[in-house]
Design a protein around this ligand. Structure first.
Ligand SMILES: Nc1ncnc2c1ncn2[C@@H]1O[C@H](COP(=O)(O)OP(=O)(O)OP(=O)(O)O)[C@@H](O)[C@H]1O
Ligand SMILES: [Mg+2]
Length: 460
C-alpha cells in the first residue's frame, strides 16, 4: 500500500484557500470577498499601515463559518468591510452576487462589547434596527417581543441595560440582530467579554438554535480567537495569519452536529489548528490531514537504533527456521529480557517480525531485510516505515508542505509534548531522526536544529 492510499484517504478535511467547495453539494454564495486589501494611514501622516492583504473568501447559504486569527490579524476590519461599514482599499465584496455599496442589508451584527444604548429599554434597543428600516410600530413590537423570547429574556422587556448581567446584555445583542432576520449573522467575538460559564451557556444555546434549524439567519460568520469555540460552532474554519492579515487556509469540520468536545476528532482538530496558529511557518494545504497529524505523535516510538534492529534480525535469520526463543536470544545478546523487548517491539512495529508463545519469527520482508544489500535494506526500511509508522509519515508531510522542504526541530517537539513528558520529546525526536535518516525520508542538521527533505525530494 502506498503512503497516499493508506494515510491520505478517508480523513480529508482540509481544503485549500483558493478553493475546493464543500462536499455537501453546490451551495449558494451569500457573500464573497475578492482580493481585498485594507490599509490605514499611519498617525504620522506618512505612509500607510497594511491590515489586510489579498483576502478572498465566501460564505454560503446554510453554513457556519469561523474566522480564526490572533489579535490584530484584522478580523474585525474584515467583518466591517463585509458588513459595508468601511470600504476596502482594494478588491471588492459581493453580496448575493452583486457588488456591495454602502451598508450590507443582508447582515446583522453581534458585537463583543454588546453596544447597547443605555438610555433605551431592552425592547427599545431590540426595535432600533427595525425602526431604521421603517417598520411600523405594531409590527416592531411583535417582532421585538418574539426575538426577546427567543433569547430567553421574556419578562425583561422594559429593563434598562444597567440592570442586566453581562450574559443578559449579550442576549439583548443577539435579539437585536435576530429581529432583523438577516441572511447572515455576523458575530465579532460575541462571547469573549463574558465569564467562562456564561459564555459556555450562551454559546451552547446559539448552537442549539442552529442545530434545531430555528435560527433566525441562514448563515453565520463568527470571528474568534478561541480555537475550541471555532471547532464547536463552525462547519468551516478559515485561519487568518497576521502582519498583515491574510488567509492561511481553511479546514472543514466534518463532525456530526452538535460537535462533541469528547469526540477524539474534535480534539485532533483543535490540536491541529493550535499547531497551525502557533507556527506561522506552516503552510496550510489540502494535503495536511489533521487527524493523522494529531494522533501520529500519540504513539511513542521504541527507542532503538536501526543498527540494533538489523542486528537482531540478522541473529534470528541465522537460526534454523528463522525463529528464536526470546529468553535464549536475550542470553546470547547478554541483554536482560526487558532490554531486549524494545528492540523486538521496534521490529514488530516495522513489520519485520512477529512473536508467538515466547518465540520471535521473521516475516518475509524481515528475512529479506536481514539478508539483502545495504541499498535494498534502506528501501525496505523506507517502505515499512511509511506503511507502519504514522509519525514518520506525518513528519514527511509537514516537510513537503513547506516550500523550503525544511522545518525546525522545536515544531516537532511541540507536537510530541501534547502526548509525552518533556524529557521524552527529545528522545522521540532522536529516534525518529535515526529511523528517518536511515530510510532517507529526511535529513537533520543538528547545528541548525532543522529537518530537511532529502535533496532530490524537495518540492520545487
Ligand atoms: N480605523 C483604524 N485606523 C487605524 N488602524 C486601525 C483601524 N482599525 C483597525 N486598525 C488596526 O488594524 C489592525 C487590525 O485590527 P482589527 O481590530 O481588525 O484586528 P482583530 O483581528 O479584530 O483583533 P482583536 O482580536 O484584538 O479584536 C490593528 O493593528 C488595528 O490597530
Ligand atoms: Mg476584533
Amino acid at each position: 500500500m502506498t503512503v497516499d492510499s493508506q494515510w491520505y484517504s478517508s480523513l480529508g478535511s482540509l481544503r485549500k484557500k483558493s478553493g475546493l467547495i464543500s462536499n455537501t453539494a453546490i451551495m449558494t454564495d451569500l457573500i464573497t470577498v475578492e482580493g481585498v486589501n485594507k490599509s490605514f494611514p499611519l498617525p504620522s501622516g506618512k505612509g500607510e499601515f497594511p491590515v489586510l492583504s489579498n483576502v478572498s473568501l465566501t460564505v454560503r447559504l446554510g453554513e457556519v463559518v469561523a474566522l480564526l486569527g490572533r489579535s490584530g490579524s484584522g478580523k474585525s476590519t474584515l467583518l466591517r468591510i463585509m458588513a459595508g461599514l468601511i470600504s476596502p482599499s482594494q478588491g471588492r465584496v459581493l453580496s448575493n452576487g452583486k457588488p456591495l455599496r454602502g451598508a450590507n442589508d443582508d447582515v446583522a451584527m453581534v458585537f463583543q462589547s454588546f453596544a447597547l444604548l443605555p438610555w433605551l429599554t431592552v425592547k427599545e434597543n431590540v426595535e432600533l434596527g427595525l425602526d431604521a428600516r421603517g417598520v411600523g410600530r405594531d409590527e416592531r413590537a411583535i417582532k421585538a417581543l418574539r426575538a426577546i423570547d427567543l433569547v430567553g429574556l421574556d419578562g425583561f422587556e422594559s429593563a434598562y441595560p444597567k440592570e442586566l448581567s453581562g450574559g443578559m446584555k449579550q442576549r439583548v445583542g443577539f435579539a437585536r440582530a435576530f429581529v432583523l432576520e438577516p441572511q447572515i449573522l455576523f458575530m465579532d467575538e460575541p462571547f469573549s467579554a463574558l465569564d467562562v460559564l456564561t459564555s459556555e451557556n450562551l454559546r451552547g444555546e446559539i448552537d442549539d438554535l442552529w442545530n434545531a434549524k430555528t435560527f433566525p439567519a441562514k448563515s453565520i460568520l463568527i470571528v474568534t480567537h478561541n480555537i475550541e469555540e471555532a471547532v464547536f460552532l463552525a462547519d468551516r474554519v478559515i485561519i487568518l495569519g497576521s502582519n498583515p492579515g491574510c488567509i492561511r487556509g481553511e479546514l472543514a469540520i466534518d463532525l456530526p452536529r452538535p460537535h462533541e468536545r469528547t469526540d477524539p476528532r474534535f480534539k485532533a482538530l483543535v490540536d491541529y489548528i493550535y499547531s497551525i496558529i502557533t507556527n506561522p511557518e506552516i503552510e496550510v494545504t489540502a494535503r495536511v490531514l489533521a487527524p493523522v497529524l494529531a494522533s501520529a505523535y500519540a504513539k511513542p516510538l521504541p527507542h532503538v537504533r536501526v543498527g540494533t534492529i538489523s542486528g537482531l534480525l540478522e541473529l534470528i535469520v541465522d537460526q534454523p527456521e528463522g525463529t528464536d526463543d526470546l529468553p535464549r536470544l536475550a542470553e546470547s545478546l547478554k541483554l536482560a529480557v526487558d532490554d531486549l523487548l524494545p528492540i523486538v517491539d521496534a521490529a514488530i512495529l516495522l513489520g519485520f517480525a512477529t512473536t508467538s508463545a515466547g518465540d520471535i519469527y521473521l516475516t518475509p520482508v524481515g528475512q529479506d531485510f536481514a539478508t539483502t544489500t545495504i541499498l535494498r535494506s534502506k528501501e525496505l526500511f523506507q517502505q515499512q516505515a511509511l506503511q507502519n509508522v504514522p509519525v514518520l509519515v506525518s513528519m514527511v508531510q509537514t516537510l513537503q508542505e513547506k516550500r523550503s522542504g525544511s522545518m525546525r526541530k522545536d515544531f516537532f517537539l511541540d507536537l510530541w509534548s501534547e502526548h509525552v513528558p518533556a524529557a521524552e520529546t527529545e528522545r522521540q525526536f532522536a529516534t525518529a531522526v535515526d529511523w528517518g535518516r536511515y530510510a532517507e525520508l529526511f535529513e537533520y542538521d543538528a547545528s541548525e536544529e532543522r529537518l530537511y527533505l532529502p535533496q532530490e525530494a524537495a518540492v520545487e
